[in-house]
Design a protein around this ligand. Structure first.
Ligand SMILES: *[C@@H]1O[C@H](CO)[C@@H](O)[C@H](O)[C@H]1NC(C)=O
Ligand SMILES: *[C@@H]1O[C@H](CO)[C@@H](O)[C@H](O)[C@H]1NC(C)=O
Ligand SMILES: *[C@@H]1O[C@H](CO)[C@@H](O)[C@H](O)[C@H]1NC(C)=O
Ligand SMILES: *[C@@H]1O[C@H](CO)[C@@H](O)[C@H](O)[C@H]1NC(C)=O
Ligand SMILES: *[C@@H]1O[C@H](CO)[C@@H](O)[C@H](O)[C@H]1NC(C)=O
Ligand SMILES: *[C@@H]1O[C@H](CO)[C@@H](O)[C@H](O)[C@H]1NC(C)=O
Ligand SMILES: *[C@@H]1O[C@H](CO)[C@@H](O)[C@H](O)[C@H]1NC(C)=O
Length: 486
């Protein structure tokens, strides 16, 4: 999850995608390759989004040759449901996945995925690192063999990520949140994202040799917690230069149901030692700064990996024939409001494959269709000419087990879900209602509203001033209901 939501509650982590597709590519894209880079828990903490602190020269360089979406939103700000939604091109209400505990092909419908579609159209499809969320959500195989031509690659050093592997002041090893390391001293003398970059570059050499069209998905683990990163990146962010988040306090009008108590951060040994009170904290200021330093450093470390991967793409002379998609599973975010569920249709159109048809109202029995529209028609349109896009809306969902924050509020199992947040983001506002939900038949009761949120983002970009009240609710909810399929 986008951890900075801890301070600013982007419950529906706004995410972004950039698609390298200059005019040249759009004129003739048939047979183009795809490099699909997905970064875990990355918000728009990037130079190309105007962040003045973070150093991300490689991603900034990519963005300078790309279409960059300023307002791109995940359909659910939890790893597994977000990735399954993005990769199948269907919404969480259709994948029926709100937790980490089911495989959509047996639980919801036997939906095609984006890589599967490319594979069935003659591409060699490959998965390196965290693309699907590991575990049952991909049938313990990242949906191999359906989605991938060869078994997905996972870095061997991934197993140390959550182990006691961080040297602390007491000289012992701990399972900490903040974990800068000397890479020469860690087990196997490497880190997962370094291994994934090497493997992805090996894959590029292999497809070059075999002259095959490819869809290569590369999933980076950082900046997801724990912040286990090469310690030299810390030097980029001296503590004395860092500031607290712009709004480190809990907004007065925030309904408790919307609050995420961040259990995955609390369970780390260095955080436990702080005795942070449940659920609202606060975390000591010094540690807040340490977390920010670690996030920035982890982003720069990931940026360096992306740089190596893109320079291999270049030196193998793939750059002119490859569409690069760079996205995150959730984390803020041209002014167009877009959704990650649209990536499948967009990338298909960009390479010249038929765009999968729109799904009908009920699509559980249909293998190939999508609930996201291709964004290609908007690529060459200037913002001024694109007035109708101001009307575009992104939809997201987020489940809760209770009205008051509790131990499993940030990731309830399906059976424990009692409340569902339904949210729309337009160019002007973020509107959310939290309603009673029945996880047995996947049915919301829209009349039974537990709480609501409304933020006008131009005046309140960090969404601190909740203006929800009943009268506005009636007007705005019709927009939301018009979309929602129970
Ligand atoms: C792309 O196609 C358009 C319309 O056919 C043409 O005007 C333009 O010059 C082309 N651009 C390039 C870079 O070839
Ligand atoms: C699901 O779809 C895959 C790929 O399209 C197909 O091979 C498989 O037989 C299908 N499974 C079922 C149970 O229909
Ligand atoms: C999931 O994996 C198991 C074990 O490999 C396999 O037997 C089963 O058929 C897979 N499920 C589907 C729906 O393909
Ligand atoms: C590679 O494949 C393309 C398209 O299939 C073909 O036009 C080209 O001649 C091939 N190049 C080599 C070196 O085999
Ligand atoms: C830290 O701040 C000082 C004073 O503003 C500045 O000179 C220095 O370049 C900054 N260091 C980094 C690594 O940004
Ligand atoms: C946290 O609580 C433990 C046990 O009550 C205490 O020993 C420790 O000093 C506390 N640490 C801090 C940082 O307050
Ligand atoms: C890539 O395209 C650029 C601009 O059209 C061209 O100058 C360059 O030679 C091309 N590179 C390759 C390897 O085809």
């Amino acid at each position: 999850m986008g951890w900075e939501s801890m301070w600013i509650w982007f419950l529906f982590g706004a995410v972004f995608a950039e698609v390298q597709a200059g005019e040249r590519l759009l004129n003739s894209t048939d047979g183009m390759n795809v490099l699909f880079i997905i970064v875990d828990d990355l918000r728009t903490t990037l130079g190309c989004y105007g962040d003045a602190v973070v150093k991300t020269p490689n991603i900034d360089q990519l963005s300078s040759q790309s279409v960059v979406f300023q307002n791109a939103y995940a359909q659910q700000a939890v790893c597994a449901p977000s990735r399954v939604s993005l990769l199948t091109g269907r919404r969480p209400s259709t994948t029926k996945l709100f937790d980490f505990n089911s495989y959509w092909r047996v639980h919801a419908g036997n939906y095609s995925t984006m890589p599967q579609y490319f594979k069935e159209n003659g591409y060699v499809t490959m998965s390196v690192g965290k693309v699907f969320h590991p575990g049952i959500t991909g049938n313990h195989s990242d949906d191999y063999p359906y989605s991938w031509s060869i078994p997905p690659y996972h870095p061997s050093s991934e197993k140390y990520e959550n182990q006691k592997a961080c040297k602390s002041k007491d000289g012992k090893l701990h399972a900490n949140l903040v974990c800068p390391v000397d890479v020469t001293e860690v087990p196997e003398a490497t880190l997962p994202d370094i291994q994934s970059t090497k493997e992805a570059i090996r894959s590029l050499h292999s497809v070059k040799k075999h002259n095959s069209s490819f869809f290569l998905a590369v999933g980076y683990h950082k900046p997801h917690i724990p912040f286990r990163y090469p310690k030299e990146y810390k030097k980029l962010y001296p503590m004395e230069n860092l500031t607290l988040a712009p709004d480190p306090h809990i907004p007065e009008g925030l309904p408790p149901v919307a609050y995420n108590p961040w259990m995955d951060i609390r369970e780390r040994e260095d955080v436990q030692a702080l005795n942070v009170s449940f659920p609202y904290g606060p975390i000591p200021k010094h540690f807040q700064l340490l977390i920010r330093q670690s996030y920035f450093a982890s982003v720069s470390y990931m940026d360096a990996q992306v740089g190596q991967l893109l320079s291999a793409l270049d030196s193998l002379e793939f750059t002119n024939t490859t569409i690069v998609v760079f996205t995150s599973d959730h984390g803020r975010n041209r002014n167009v409001v877009v959704e990650l569920v649209s990536i499948f249709a967009t990338v298909s159109e960009l390479v010249g494959l038929p765009v999968p048809p729109d799904c009908p109202e009920s699509s559980f029995h249909i293998a190939l269709c999508t609930e996201g529209a291709s964004l290609v028609p908007h690529f060459n349109v200037s913002d001024e000419d694109d007035d109708e896009l101001i009307e575009s809306v992104a939809y997201s969902m987020y489940p809760r087990p209770s009205d008051i924050p509790q131990w499993n509020s940030d990731r309830p199992d399906l059976k424990d879900i009692k409340i569902m947040g339904y949210s729309i983001r337009t160019i002007d506002y973020r509107y959310t209602i939290w309603v009673t939900y029945n996880p047995t038949n996947f049915t919301p009761t829209f009349q039974d509203v537990h709480a609501g949120e409304l933020y006008f983002v131009e005046d309140d970009p960090n969404q601190d001033n909740n203006l929800y009240n009943r009268s506005m609710h009636d007007a705005l909810s019709s927009k939301l209901f018009a979309f929602m399929r129970p």
